[in-house]
Design a protein around this ligand. Structure first.
Ligand code: NAD
Length: 503
């Protein structure tokens, strides 16, 4: 991390950005390679519109090369054949190397997707390091079993890695979402081909290079850049990929299930969209503190968070106080600004096109009769860049699109409710089920709500809290698997039953 005693200033970061030459090529077999076709696309800084790099636009030929390279590394056992302790040492060195390159990685992340540099340094990168170290430490904690059998037999169950894992990641936390897949896959002994989001690939390319610089064998962790329908689809259809692990939209997740069926029935792990409800009951302990968490739950990372608490269900007795406090505190906590300024708390969204998507949702909410309590008119916006002001709608109901569709931007909506049953019904009225939160001083009610909410993660009197022991993933169309936790490592392995006749 940046030296806490001499934090870099906005000018320091701009000085570094001016001399940075980001790498945009693929990283295959330990080498930086252009696309076989020679095609590239522009990588754009959403805060300025400037072109940061030309990124290799991979297609099926590049995916083929990367998968066969990973397959060769799998076949000669250069990674899975290491003793668990040796793999652990490499991964721990990998985390140390990333930590030494924290400033460089943070700069790439901020320039590429627009998130505030302080967020990358204080949130994303520490989480990346924790993830790698956690899964490294899990490696020798995975046991098999010897079961009870009749005399003359021996039955063992052993866990083995799968082979080549294809990972497809999104842009909202480019390094973190990728490493939630790559770290457990590598820890289990697999070889990986990562296709990062075309919106923000730069930090992932650098991360794969640093794996090899940390002593990771070449060919074990490969990166192919490119567009989803080209490189991503080719990876999902590839017959030599044993498992596809994906974080992204529900629509693309459904396509990947079909591609797996059309090819080799590869396993498909999906972490997809969300529309998470937060329920605030009249008896909430500390309304002011809860409102601050509600604000963070939707405006952190400019709302580009899968589990963003975008639906605020507020009991009628505290509704007006909640809304007034929310508007007042949002202006204090989230000001759009230069993401390279360490004081900035709200950067642009990832692209001008995405800004257009978010604003279309805002317009639609207005058309459908929602009241805009806060938005563009209330925030001083930078002159350039894909900025969207923190936005709040009140007077909304469960039928409005603003409560049904994932906006993936800094836009929250409030629904008033009277009873607990009504709150639960509203909360569960969604195709998504990633996360939910309940705010109440009544423990019995909190416990009832936890049981009734259809979500993979439920927070009580907090939002977004957790550590590596917390499985993260959704119910319903928010996905079919879990990241983090030792079970994630197990999901990159398969069990083999070996029955011995000793008679
Ligand atoms: P996206 O689905 O558009 O893209 C994700 C990845 O899929 C990218 O790498 C993209 O290139 C690739 N892709 C696109 N089309 C493809 C195709 N036809 N075949 C193969 N790959 C293809 O999602 P996004 O816009 O990058 O990310 C935002 C979405 O991710 C939101 O819906 C968000 O909720 C979700 N998300 C979920 C979690 C979670 O843990 N559940 C975490 C972060 C983000």
């Amino acid at each position: 991390m940046a030296d806490a005693t001499t934090p870099l200033t906005r000018d320091d970061w701009h000085g570094r950005a001016a001399t940075l030459r980001p790498e945009g090529r693929h990283f295959i077999g330990g080498q930086l390679l252009p696309s076989r076709s020679g095609a590239t696309f522009d990588c754009i800084n959403p805060a300025t519109g400037a072109v940061l790099a030309q990124v290799a636009q991979g297609d099926a030929a590049d995916i083929d090369l990367a998968v066969s390279t990973a397959q060769a590394a799998w076949a000669d056992r250069r990674w899975r054949g290491l003793a668990p302790r040796q793999r652990m040492d490499v991964l721990l060195r990998f985390a140390d190397t990333l930590e030494r390159h924290a400033d460089e990685l943070a700069l790439l992340e901020t320039l590429d997707m627009g998130k505030p540099i302080s967020d990358v340094l204080n949130i994303d990168l520490p989480e990346v390091l924790r993830t790698i170290r956690y899964f490294a430490e899990c490696i020798d904690k995975i046991d098999g079993a010897v079961t009870h059998t009749a005399p003359g037999s021996l039955h063992m169950i052993v866990h083995e890695p799968l082979g080549v894992v294809g990972a497809i990641s999104p842009w909202n936390y480019p390094l973190l979402m990728a490493i939630w897949k790559v770290a457990p896959a590598l820890a289990a002994g697999n070889c990986v081909v990562l296709k990062p989001s075309e919106q923000a690939p730069l930090s992932c390319i650098r991360m794969a290079q640093l794996f090899v610089e940390s002593g990771g064998p070449a060919g074990v962790f490969n990166v192919v850049n490119g567009l989803g329908p080209e490189a991503g689809k080719a990876l999902a259809l590839h017959p030599d990929v044993a498992k596809l692990t994906f974080t992204g939209s529900t629509a693309v997740g459904k396509l990947l299930l079909a591609y797996a069926g059309q090819s080799n029935m590869k396993r498909v792990a999906l972490e997809t969209g969300g529309k998470s409800p937060q329920i605030f009951f009249d008896d909430v302990y500390d309304l002011d503190a809860a409102v601050d968490r509600a604000i963070g739950g939707i405006y952190d990372n400019a709302g580009q968070v899968c589990n963003a608490g975008s639906r605020l269900l507020v009991q009628r007795g505290i509704h007006d106080a909640f809304v007034a406090r929310f508007v007042e505190r949002s202006a204090q906590l989230y000001t759009p600004g230069d993401p390279l300024d360490p004081a900035t708390t709200l950067g642009p969204v990832v692209s001008a096109a995405h800004r257009g998507n978010v604003l279309a949702h805002v317009e639609r909410a207005r058309e459908q009769g929602a009241h805009q309590a806060m938005g563009d008119a209330d925030a001083a916006m930078p002159d350039t860049g894909a900025f969207v002001a923190p936005t709040l709608f009140t007077g909304t109901n469960g039928a409005m699109d603003i409560n049904r569709l994932e906006v993936f931007g800094p836009v929250a909506s409030v629904m008033a409710f009277d009873t607990e049953d009504e709150a639960i019904a509203l909360a569960n009225d969604s195709v998504y089920g990633l996360a939910a939160a309940v705010w109440t001083a009544d423990l019995n009610r909190a416990h009832r709500c936890v049981g009734a909410l259809e979500a993979g993660v439920v927070w009580v009197n907090c939002f977004g809290d957790g550590d590596m022991t917390q499985p993260f993933g959704g119910y319903k169309q928010s996905g079919n698997s879990r990241d983090k936790h030792i079970d994630s490592l197990r999901s990159y392995m398969q069990g083999k039953s070996a029955w011995f006749n000793l008679g």
